[in-house]
Design a protein around this ligand. Sequence first.
Ligand code: NAI
Ligand code: MG
Length: 341
Amino acid sequence: MAKRYRVSVIPGDGVGPEIAFPVLGVLETLSEALGGFRFEFLCLDAGDEVKRRTGVALPEETLEGVKGSDVCLFIAVGETASEVILPLRQRLNLYANVRPAKTYPNVPHGRPGVDLVIVRENTEGLYRRVEDGTEDWGVSMRVITRRASERIARFAFELARREGRGRVTCVHKANVLKSTCGLFRDVCREVALQYPEVGFDEMYVDACALRLVMNPGAFDVIVTTNLFGDILSDLTAGLVGGLGMAPSGNIGDDFAIFEPVHGSAPDIAGKGIANPSAAILSAKMMLDWLGEKRGAEVLERALIEVLKEGRILTPDLGGRAKTQEMAEAVSQKIREIAEVI
Ligand code: NAI
Ligand code: MG
């Protein structure tokens, strides 16, 4: 009997729906071609458009729908991003933000040889938004706890072990921020001792930014606090060709939301030309998380084939294809790969 996964889908605003439906088509093709698993998609409203209609960006039915599903695929919303994705992450306790950056063939501005993962703590740090201020001063409190640091460090080492990655680098600024970064670093060191088969080192965040630009191939897994992870992961997205190629996952102990890093891209919305790769790679991460390793592999391989051939690409990749056409090209490759294996 084929496994059945209930996937909640939030298409969102702007290019969100233009990407969501073609990518769901690719996932349908994948389950048909490979067999063994099926999807039941539940599309839910969230974002600017629903706020305009109803006054709330994240309706209660959406939250309930997400909670009742096995996993969520979120594409992109507009100005209400912080009213949608932040509460979802918090309410569902998705404490790890995972952002792989990998070089794919033929992608403009992509640096060769990059294959790294940033594991960013998603619940505390400066984004706890404990703030105060007047016209003349402002203060933001940075909250770092042993519990959250240990959880994220363990997550990074487990990921390294599972994916056969050799090294975890803890990125911090403990020379200046002793009580917060110092604690984070110490906890990472303690956790590292429990994973002797995975290498461990440390780097200051400023030195890390420099090294990422000079020699990104030297990195494997980076584990870091919320704000540092936010900034460094945009940098690494830039190293592999930008937002059209950057997937991510928000992962907790028993639920996860996968989403492209990009937003609703209002400058190209309505034209049907958004690059579906970031969403396809997010779906690939989703399949991995569900335990569908073969599905994940075939999906990624199909995308790689389309990129390699270079015939059917969206404008940001140097082509002239529409989102739908590129997604169909990926579906076609999936069918070809499935026939051979
Ligand atoms: P953005 O990611 O939407 O766009 C930045 C640039 O990248 C634009 O030039 C856009 O055309 C391009 N781009 C993005 N995705 C692309 C794709 N798939 N294919 C080809 N080109 C792509 O970020 P921006 O412009 O800063 O924000 C636009 C809106 O998105 C804002 O309302 C913002 O709040 C929201 N946003 C939502 C996020 C989310 O839903 N998680 C994340 C980031 C921004
Ligand atoms: Mg960001």
